[in-house]
Design a protein around this ligand. Sequence first.
Ligand code: PHE
Length: 369
Amino acid sequence: MSSSGLPRGSKYKNRVSSGSFMTASTYPLCQEWKQKVENCLHLSELEEIRVHLLGKSGLITAELKTLGQLSHEERKTKGSEINAVRDYLSSLLTHKKSELEQKALEFRLTTEALDITLPIRPEKKGKLHLLTQVIQDIQNYFRDLGFQIVEGHEIDDDYHNFDALNIPAHHPARQNHDTFYIKDHPLRLLRTHTSTAQIRTLETQKPPLRIISIGRVYRSDALDATHTPMFHQLEGLVLEKNTHMGHLKGCLTDFCRHFFNVDDIKARFRPSFFPFTEPSGELDINCSREDGQLKIGIGNNWMEILGCGMVHPNVLKNCDINPDEYQGFAFGVGIERLTMLKYRLPDIRALYESDERWLNHYGVGSVAL
Ligand code: PHE
């Protein structure tokens, strides 16, 4: 076979042996190209070989063109030889092609697959802060009793923080609220208690209702082991037609039992004064302080927990509610104080210091950061 049909510039140029066809597989050209096809690693290279052998300007076509110069007899033999070689090469190429395609597929499957057995990279996980845990617990408890959870306003005004709650200007009780006023807005302030949420709710909703509201309050107070200028309060309000002090006592005693996880906690309601409740009381629960260790729910000492009372008729009137039709009770309690008692924390400031060791110790669960 001549090499006249070789495309110019091909890397296979001048590699074709000459000779006459015997059987296709034993023919030297076939032997040589069989090797090349077998050694071929890429589909693109295989395609190059195919074009070089079987393409329009390939070797086989060139060979077929030489047939015209031969005698009838020679043409017959040589023609069938060339066809046999062509079929042989073409089946070699087809086999190799499917082999390479299969390999390429396997390669993609192994390299592109997501290895889900790999461990994830370690990442920092947060935990729920102790105050958040306490707030969630309280919310869940009251939600189960049919209380609605409402939001108040952290920046509020004189009216909602004082006047509407029956604490008019110059009322002596106002002096106890060391209030932060907003500069250049004398009537705007950071609320000093969550009782503002009572007014905000009663302005838009009418009784019967049961609500709690938890949020930050601000007082220009000392910063020491038991005081911070900002802390959280829980406010509760129940207004229904027949609500009386027995409900107040039962509701708050049960809450303390739940919160401190003590079944037979003793509760004492001590008379007190708040302008927005009448009568008003403070709730004490029993505790023991033996060996300097505070234990809630055992012993004969008392621990003040919260302020409460029956909603003052003036507060109801201020919100257009007829005090002869609806009555109810309200209570307010510091979340930090409850937390410190339950977890026996000696210093309130630990709650805000963001010391990772402390946070890890008291935090629970895990939350993505
Ligand atoms: N608002 C009161 C305080 O901040 C607590 C309280 C709320 C008392 C509701 C009685 C009723 O101290």
